[in-house]
Design a protein around this ligand. Structure first.
Ligand code: GTR
Length: 352
């Protein structure tokens, strides 16, 4: 920690001396300074021939390098680099190297980490508007979700992140979340009494309680160990995360109840955004939007592949054909939060 503070102070004075803004310089989790390209400082430095500032930024990603969100991040970084002739470099740090999502978001609010790709789940604790995505069964399908995300109301939601010291750049795909357990899961009844890990936010806790189970909020990186040792019985996620995290090896019963569709969000710290030129903001925003189609394609491919892989790996999958009892069971959650999300829920409803 002392090391981190010292490095930060050194980088700050260097940046100030150069008369440019401090763009980012916290050390990585391992205590090492981030690997910037040779000659580039982790902070902004005085520009090249055209005198525009050069930056090296960090983007925190929880998933490994071959995961569709990480591929989206990398596409985004590549587009920004191309469009600024290498002047803005965004280094993607996968596999939670910069910390778990909640801790990363705190750093992003401070401007110590400039970019992250994060789930709307943990984001809800930082910006209440994002809690809407944790409400169960408000979307019928991915098509319905994307209609909303691409609508003016979806953009408005993304823009509302400014009040939380962040600037939303784009949404990425994340499919639907379903439950999985160490114990057989054939129906709704089988969830009763289980200890289920959830993403840390209060709607998730109400959701689990409505199902007669008890919620254990926990960071993603701790779930594998907690399932393996039996600290928790169950968790929930989409097929890609179930596969990529290897949770299917320690909790092999999966039931396709699809209770939530929680989109991913690519965002930048508002502290960083505010210091950028209008030209750089436009490039960054457009590159983020232009990376979406690629991320969605990668998502669609990997979602199928992950399902095949978990089946081959021994997962026992129960397909839910009738969602009605599930929707009925979690209705109190919607009712509890309806007033808080009235406007956005109506907008979502209209797009059905
Ligand atoms: C995944 C999501 C991650 C993380 C994880 C979790 O679907 O992509 O960002 O939020 O879920 O359950 O913590």
């Amino acid at each position: 920690m002392a090391n981190k503070v010292r490095l930060t102070a050194v980088a700050m004075s260097a940046a100030l001396a150069a008369g440019v803004l401090l763009a980012g310089c916290a050390s990585s989790k391992s205590g090492q300074t981030p690997s910037a390209s040779p000659g580039a400082s982790p902070a902004a430095s005085a520009g090249g021939a055209d005198n525009k500032p050069k930056y090296t930024f960090r983007l925190a990603e929880t998933h490994p390098a071959d995961y569709p969100t990480t591929k989206g991040d990398m596409k985004f970084a590549e587009l920004v680099k191309q469009r600024t002739n290498g002047r803005i470099q965004i280094d993607v740090f996968p596999s939670a190297q910069l910390g778990e999502e909640k801790a990363v978001l705190e750093q992003v609010q401070l401007g110590a980490i400039e970019f992250t790709r994060v789930s709307s789940g943990p984001l809800a604790e930082f910006n209440k508007n994002f809690g809407v995505f944790s409400l169960p069964y408000i979307f019928d399908s991915d098509e319905h979700l994307w209609k909303f995300l691409e609508s003016p109301d979806g953009t408005k939601l993304l823009d509302s992140l400014e009040a939380s010291k962040m600037k939303g750049l784009a949404y990425y795909s994340s499919g639907a979340r379903s439950f999985y357990s160490r114990t057989p899961l054939k129906s709704l009844e089988d969830l009763k009494g289980l200890k289920i890990r959830v993403i840390q936010n209060k709607i998730n806790i109400d959701l689990i309680e409505a199902l007669g189970a008890s919620a254990t909020p926990m960071a993603y990186g701790e779930v594998y160990g907690a399932l393996q040792t039996g600290v928790i019985d169950a968790a929930e996620n989409n097929y890609p995360s179930y596969y990529s995290s290897q949770h299917y090896k320690v909790a092999k019963y999966y039931i396709t109840d699809a209770h939530q569709r929680v989109p991913e969000v690519l965002l930048i710290s508002k502290a960083t955004w505010d210091k950028l030129s209008e030209e750089d903001r436009q490039i960054i925003k457009q590159a983020a939007l232009d990376s979406v189609a690629y991320q969605r394609e990668e998502w669609a491919k990997f979602e199928k592949e992950a399902e095949t892989k978990v089946r081959e790996g021994g997962a026992v999958i129960t397909e839910v054909t009738d969602l009605k009892p599930w929707q009925q069971a979690v209705k109190p959650v919607i009712e509890k939060y309806r007033a808080d999300y009235a406007e956005v829920l109506q907008a979502i409803e209209k797009l059905r």
